[in-house]
Design a protein around this ligand. Structure first.
Ligand SMILES: *[C@@H]1O[C@H](CO)[C@@H](O)[C@H](O)[C@H]1NC(C)=O
Ligand SMILES: *[C@@H]1O[C@H](CO)[C@@H](O)[C@H](O)[C@H]1NC(C)=O
Length: 268
């Protein structure tokens, strides 16, 4: 994984290495290479895009968030740009699976487990392909897939869907709204991951759904805090590790302070 997914995972990989575990990091040859200087082994595989193409796809993605469009158009533009950037990231997985050497290495290395941020499904596909136990380390899926795949109780009458701003006490019409959003979410995620499930079905040589890919995870390490989310039942293999995002503390820079002669860093 690239970008912020890796930035958080790097802390964990570092700790694992310090505790004497042998960790091999597999990354695409073309990546943003954020902090690849630690003591762990890094292996790369070729991909079909250049760094410029990766940058420009990401740039487009960010721009679509900043466009001042009416709500529905904006939602469509965001969806569109998400599909585009997901496509780039899915193509990494094709690069990995078409690299005979790397696949052979992975098969022969007899790893104990695979640690992955499953957001683009490649890690989940690799784990399924080699029948490896997997540990998911992530912020969360769109459409609440992390609750569905783990079979958390998630009744539409009591658990509000994201962005509805409802509580667990819903009126009849709020429940209807909740149900409609749940249906939209289903279509949204199936569209977003259409390419990924198609590819996974090819390599695993069976028809796999999103949930098939995800529900075999052994442990879900979730990078958020339970108290900041809607309180809901979760499964025992879901562990909240939001604190890892705050491990690297730095004083605020002068730019972040409210007036030129007052900095928070001095006060705190
Ligand atoms: C969606 O993206 C395609 C290109 O990938 C573009 O042609 C189309 O105009 C976009 N639609 C919206 C609503 O942004
Ligand atoms: C891993 O290697 C073994 C022995 O060469 C082979 O039988 C098996 O099919 C390979 N597994 C995968 C998933 O490639």
């Amino acid at each position: 994984m690239d970008g912020s997914h890796w930035l958080s995972m790097r802390q964990v990989v570092k700790k694992l290495t310090e505790r004497g575990h042998e960790v091999v990091v597999i990354i695409p040859e073309v990546s943003w290479q954020m902090g690849m200087t630690e003591a762990h082994t890094v292996k790369t595989y070729p991909v079909s895009y250049t760094l410029e193409e990766l940058d420009s796809a990401f740039h487009e993605y960010i721009l679509s968030h900043l466009k001042g469009l009416p709500f529905l158009q904006k939602a469509l533009a965001l969806y569109n740009s998400s599909i585009a950037i997901f496509k780039v990231f899915f193509s990494q997985c094709k690069g990995l699976f078409s690299n005979k050497e790397m696949m052979q290495y992975l098969n022969q290395s007899d790893f104990d487990a695979l640690l992955t941020d499953p957001i683009f499904m490649c890690g989940a596909t690799v784990a399924n392909y080699f029948s490896l136990p997997s540990i998911f380390f992530m912020r969360g899926f769109p459409c609440g897939l992390h609750y569905t795949a783990t079979q958390c109780p998630n009744p539409l009458s009591y658990v509000p869907r994201l962005f509805t701003f409802n509580s667990d006490h819903m009126t009849f019409f709020q429940r209807v709204e909740n149900a409609l959003i749940a249906i939209l979410e289903l279509g949204y995620c199936n569209g977003l991951y259409a390419e990924a499930t198609k590819f996974s079905s090819e390599v695993l040589q069976r028809d796999v759904s999103l949930l098939d890919l995800l529900n075999s995870a052994s442990i879900w390490l979730l990078r958020f805090d339970y108290v900041f989310e809607y309180a809901r039942p979760v499964m025992p293999n879901m562990i909240f590790v939001g604190g890892v995002n705050c491990v690297q503390k730095k004083p605020l820079s002068k730019v972040c302070s409210f007036s030129p002669d007052y900095t928070f860093s001095n006060e705190m």
